[in-house]
Design a protein around this ligand. Structure first.
Ligand SMILES: Nc1ncnc2c1ncn2[C@@H]1O[C@H](COP(=O)(O)OP(=O)(O)O)[C@@H](O)[C@H]1O
Ligand SMILES: [Mg+2]
Length: 313
């Protein structure tokens, strides 16, 4: 019997629905909520697969999941890459491979990080050449954390004065300043297992409860292109569960937000049909992984050492 564990926080509907879906499908695979206490180096873990929905908020779980991965548990999403990744790097990587992204600049934090002084910043040219940044990004622009989520500290700014006013509220958070894509269509897409894609028309300018009431829908060509981009982005970043947001201007979909390794999947926010899709495809993918079985993640420098030590034992 293979075992899949769900690790989650305040979510209400998605984790139990996935457990129920898996348990209704395949007699050789069972799912349950992860139970974990203190962890020692000898912990072997009883799960073949763990779906992680919460380690971004619980560092204890992130550390535990790295040990689980070392023991071959298939952790979705990869805890190592999730820890290393940030949105600014994502924009840079996407641009390098030819995916349309808005012009984006990385800004030093307004305030010094804890336990630093101006002496810690001897290498930083300050004041910055702000005009160069404004010319590159243009106005209106979005200022948002280089590594954040949930619309926290996201500001739309229209003028230089407004930029500096908002920037002064950002304390020691490292921000990006990004060209605003004044869009005619916007899509939020689930991508699971780097192959299952679900494109949801999404109107971020509406109040929260009506954001999935959009007045546009993707053409067949747009559907094909977005599907291709979602798979490319998730393959490149190594995420097995992610949402990718695109803002479409003049027919071009710009990738806006694609570092969402624990994306919102609550029934009340995504609505019944989207919820059904994400529950079913998550179950399908986790069952596929469970059947593939345990495997230590490849692609780390320590993976080669592990194989070498196996050979000599
Ligand atoms: N460059 C942009 N052009 C247009 N709208 C943007 C841009 N950046 C952010 N937004 C708007 O702000 C929202 C939140 O920004 P996003 O990058 O998705 O951050 P978060 O990870 O917090 O969701 C987006 O859903 C979108 O509506
Ligand atoms: Mg977003």
């Amino acid at each position: 019997m293979k075992k899949i564990g769900l690790l989650f926080g305040m979510e209400q509907s998605f984790p139990p629905a996935v457990v129920e879906e898996i348990n209704s499908r395949d007699a050789l695979v069972a799912a349950e909520f992860v139970q974990i206490g203190a962890v020692t180096l000898d912990e072997l873990f009883e799960y073949d697969v763990i779906l992680d929905r919460i380690s971004q908020d619980v560092p204890y779980y992130r550390a535990m999941l790295k040990l689980a991965a070392l023991n071959g548990v298939r952790v979705v999403n990869n805890p190592f890459w999730w820890s290393a990744d940030d949105k600014f790097f994502n924009y840079a990587l996407a641009q390098k491979v030819g995916i349309p992204v808005p012009n984006t600049a990385l800004l030093p934090s307004k305030q010094h990080p804890p336990d630093t002084t101006s002496e810690s910043f001897r290498n930083l040219i300050y004041p910055l050449n702000w005009q160069e940044i404004f010319d590159y990004v243009g106005f209106p622009a979005w200022m948002k954390p280089f590594d954040g989520g949930g619309w926290k500290h996201v500001y739309k700014v229209h003028t230089i004065d407004e930029f500096f006013e908002k920037y002064s509220e950002t304390s020691n958070i490292v921000m990006t300043l990004q060209e605003s894509i004044e869009f005619t269509e916007y899509y939020r897409c689930y991508c699971i297992g780097k192959k299952y894609v679900h494109i949801m028309p999404y109107e971020p300018r509406n109040p929260h409860h009506t954001r999935y009431d959009a007045s546009f829908a993707p053409s067949p060509e747009m559907t094909r292109y977005l599907t291709e981009l979602c798979i490319k982005i998730c393959t490149m970043l190594g995420y097995d569960f992610n949402t990718i947001e695109f803002a479409v201007r003049d027919g071009i979909p710009y990738a806006i937000d694609y570092m969402n390794p624990a994306p919102d999947a609550e029934r009340s926010s995504v609505r019944d049909d989207n919820f059904r899709w994400v529950v079913e495809k998550t179950a399908t993918f986790l069952i596929e992984l469970a059947h593939e079985g345990r495997a230590v993640p490849a692609g780390y420098t320590w993976s080669a050492m592990m194989n070498a030590s196996k050979g000599t034992s």
